[in-house]
Design a protein around this ligand. Sequence first.
Ligand SMILES: Nc1nc2c(ncn2[C@@H]2O[C@H](COP(=O)(O)OP(=O)(O)O)[C@@H](O)[C@H]2O)c(=O)[nH]1
Ligand SMILES: [Mg+2]
Length: 471
Amino acid sequence: MFDQLSGKMSGVLEGLSKNGKLTEGDVTEAMREVRLAMLEADVALPVVRDFVNKVRERSVGHEVLESVSPGQAVAKIVNDALIDALGGAGAVPLNLAAVPPVPVLMVGLQGSGKTTTSGKIALRLSQREGKKVLLASLDVYRPAAQLQLQQLAERVNAITKRVTALPIVAGQSPVEIAKRALDTGRREGYDVVILDTAGRLSIDEALMDEVRQIRAVTNPAETLLVVDAMTGQDAVNTAKSFNEAVGITGVVMSRMDGDARGGAALSMKAITGAPIKLTGSGEKLEALEEFHPERVAGRILGLGDVAGLVERAAETLDHEEGERVAKKMLAGKFDLDDYVSQINQINRMGSISGILGMLPGMGKIKDMLGDKEIDTSIFKRHKAIISSMTQQERKTPGIIKASRKKRIAAGSGTTVQEVNRLLKQFDDMSTMMKRISKMGLGGLMRGMSGAGGLADMMKGMGKPGGRPPFA
Ligand SMILES: Nc1nc2c(ncn2[C@@H]2O[C@H](COP(=O)(O)OP(=O)(O)O)[C@@H](O)[C@H]2O)c(=O)[nH]1
Ligand SMILES: [Mg+2]
């Protein structure tokens, strides 16, 4: 997700930062490239046009072009405009402020991921907020669909002990099931009732009618549309139709783990007015994330998503290890041993390409591997190289000079070039992390645009001996 766009956008901004001075012509040229990159990423045309105009307008003023580092000033404008397009700073949380049992209605086309997402949301609410959740399948067209939700509920319940599926009663209509779900929820003291509706292969009146009827009898606090990120513009058009026909309160974008180009995420808010609230990044129950526009913008511009990574690490690793890694990362102090520990945890944390995208400076390793299948053998080789180092070398890689490199390469069955590459990449990673840690986790969370955010970070990077921000 966003790989190609990210590569191009950071390339354009890097180009701008190289020049000390910028002319209006430079900005125009850069915006032409940004426009192409966004169109290639499948961003909707009106959104692209708006974005480019906005950035151009803000960039060609005197304050920007005559500033000390105009390239970085433009980069900040681009960052802000990306955050806007993605829905504005800060994740939009699920709204569960209603009298329990709070109904949450899941809608969308067939195969978009509604049932899976219902299970994921049940896990999240029961695990993090201690909510008691009832899952009800209103899909009466495919008998297997109700069983699918029942099995999901059992899997979630095995983890949190607070989730149940509404018993299946043959012959009931979706509206009848919805009423029964709310009655059961009330009687048995559930906090949330998730109503998983049937989809259709395409949008039709019958589907919309059914959703409208269910809405009318349940009055849901959230009507969440699940769309498949891989379908690009179609996802946006689907959302537009659903919003016009039945009204939605938020979008869940599934399959963010696929190689979608990212255009749907960038177009959703502008075209539909509905915020993306959650994203799905895999088939596992844990693969559900909040959507933080400022973090996504950071990833698109190659700044990495350290906040997201730290969060994910803290959730997935055992708690102590999570705290330890998070602290060291934020202190800009992690060493090669920590890198190995990261490698060891990567499988547990989810898709490798997802993690690589979150690590600042790791974009290059990803390019090296090509964008087909991420080949995990590189990590095995890195582990081999690091295991051939002494304790001291792992803590202070700076001491590894020519003769040590030869010894390490021989010991690990690799080459000096490979050792060099690992050290260089590790160095890139540490530099980037130190820089990001300067603004603090809080600053990062508040968004990369505010005071103490990207602007401050850029000041640091503009210092003599500093590196360009997007290198
Ligand atoms: N890779 C990936 N697969 C997903 C994701 N969400 C759902 N799926 C898969 O998509 C398929 C259809 O999902 P399902 O929940 O049954 O869709 P529904 O018809 O809308 O209820 C299933 O095989 C899911 O495992 C996701 O975020 N990533
Ligand atoms: Mg389903």
